[in-house]
Write a protein that binds this ligand. Structure first.
Ligand code: NIG
Ligand code: FE
Length: 430
């Protein structure tokens, strides 16, 4: 049982079947053998005063140690599985327009990059996003956040990158701020002006990179609209050299670096992430052995997005097992976006991580909570159920972790608690 309580508690969750805490990592991401260290309390409880957890342990221990405020929320989990809220560390949730019309084309064999080269893909979303005003974008984003919350996500990173001009990129990030304001999900914004070369730039990637560096990054930093800077480092999009320049300019302006690396082909993205000591490199389907080793040595997290490989009908998935063996901490994310990964559900990502990346359910849960929290610089406040952290947790209609990871395609969340209060319940659930 960890720690005593002072003030009366305003939230008590008890009788958790297994309570999965993911605690005890001592501040660093969990790699190698620790990738699967979930920490299970068989009959567990969590108590919070306001937003923060004040006690975690067995139900008997916690009930003995805390005083429950008269108006406290007391939740009997009735033997169900309880986990920390998911942290989704890589999404493109702020956009207008969906791209289901590209789906039959892709099913007939047109590739993702062919559709992009023909002005579709990301560029189609850019057109729709430029046309939408800030309030509309905020509303669209907010309703997607509601869906994510209902599936157990309580912290989420959101990238810009469908504006591709200064005004529209700022509009996207302001819409993120507006959507997040008052929402139960804690949102971490990322600037990703270097997501594609806009058609209006006449395919001159170098000129567009100048605009990102000279105009967009200073404007984003001046308004404090983002914490991270991301770039799509890929053959035919931005080169390693261009990506390095963008990320270095971001660092100089106070934006921590992240990158989309080695997604569709291997191209030195993982090595660049290590060189820059980026917070994370994401995708990594075609990362080299040397790149994986360099990332592990420099403390760069791998954020894997199996939903994207699945939705793009890719044959190869990221080499997750080799990463775990190399001691490289792995995190998971949805990559939620209208093209390559149209889902807000971290539950389906957990399932794909087991079936396709061959992570164990325990490894996948650490990847989707604690390591994901590290990937967005939030591990001091979220990602595990520990005294002092935010009381973000989810009760699932599942008897254990294996069931949550294996039963796919339905929403198993029964109740979502964010910041010490119930933020969502399934209609009819107690
Ligand atoms: O992470 N790789 C680039 N960007 C997104 C896809 C965005 C889109 O297709 O709209 C990704 O897969
Ligand atoms: Fe992405």
């Amino acid at each position: 049982m960890s720690s005593p309580a002072g003030a009366p508690v305003t939230l008590l969750v008890h009788n958790a079947g297994p309570l999965v805490t993911v605690a005890g990592s001592h501040g660093s991401p969990a790699g190698g053998a620790r990738q699967g260290a979930v920490g299970i309390v068989p009959d567990g409880a969590v108590a919070a005063a306001g937003e923060r957890i004040v006690a975690v342990g067995t139900s008997a221990e916690v009930l003995r140690s805390v005083e429950v405020a008269p108006d406290a929320e007391v939740i009997d989990a009735r033997g169900a599985l309880v986990l920390p809220g998911f942290v989704d560390p890589h999404t493109h949730l702020v956009y207008a327009g969906e791209r289901q019309h590209e789906f039959p084309r892709r099913l007939r064999g047109e590739s993702y990059l062919d559709i992009l080269a023909a002005g579709g893909g990301i560029l189609a979303t850019v057109e729709a996003t430029r046309r939408a005003d800030e309030a509309t974008l905020a509303e669209l984003t907010r309703s997607r956040l509601d869906v994510a919350l209902a599936h157990g996500t309580t912290t989420m990173e959101i990238k810009s990158g469908y504006g591709l001009d200064t005004t529209s990129e700022l509009k996207q990030l302001r819409a993120v701020r507006r959507a997040a304001s008052g929402h139960a999900i804690d949102v971490v914004p990322t600037f990703m002006g270097a997501h594609a070369v806009p058609a209006t730039a006449g395919r001159d990637a170098d000129a567009y990179v100048e605009l990102v560096i000279e105009e967009m990054i200073p404007a984003v930093a001046a308004e404090r609209l983002a914490r991270f800077c991301d770039v799509f480092c890929e053959h035919g999009v931005f080169s390693v050299e261009q990506s390095r320049r963008v990320l270095q300019a971001g660092v100089a302006a106070g934006l921590r670096p992240k990158l989309h690396a080695d997604e569709l082909a291997g191209g030195g993205g993982a090595e660049l992430a290590a060189e820059l000591r980026a917070v994370s490199a994401d995708h990594l389907v075609h990362a080299s052995e040397a790149g994986i080793a360099a990332m592990a040595a420099e403390g760069v997290l791998a954020v894997l997005l199996p939903g994207t490989t699945f939705a793009l009908m890719g044959r190869d998935y990221a080499p997750a097992r080799r990463m775990v063996e190399a001691g490289l901490p792995v995190a998971l994310a949805t990559d939620a976006n209208p093209g390559s990964s149209p889902t807000e559900s971290m539950q389906i990502i957990l399932n794909l991580a087991c079936l396709q990346l061959r992570l164990s359910p325990a490894e996948a849960v650490v990847a989707a909570t604690l390591n994901a929290a590290h990937a967005v610089g939030m591990a001091d406040t979220v990602g595990s159920l520990e005294v002092g952290k935010r009381a973000d947790l989810v009760i699932y209609d599942a008897p254990d972790l294996d069931y949550l990871a294996y039963h796919y395609g339905t929403n198993l969340a029964r109740r979502v608690v964010a910041g010490g209060r119930t933020a969502w319940t399934r209609t009819g659930a107690a």
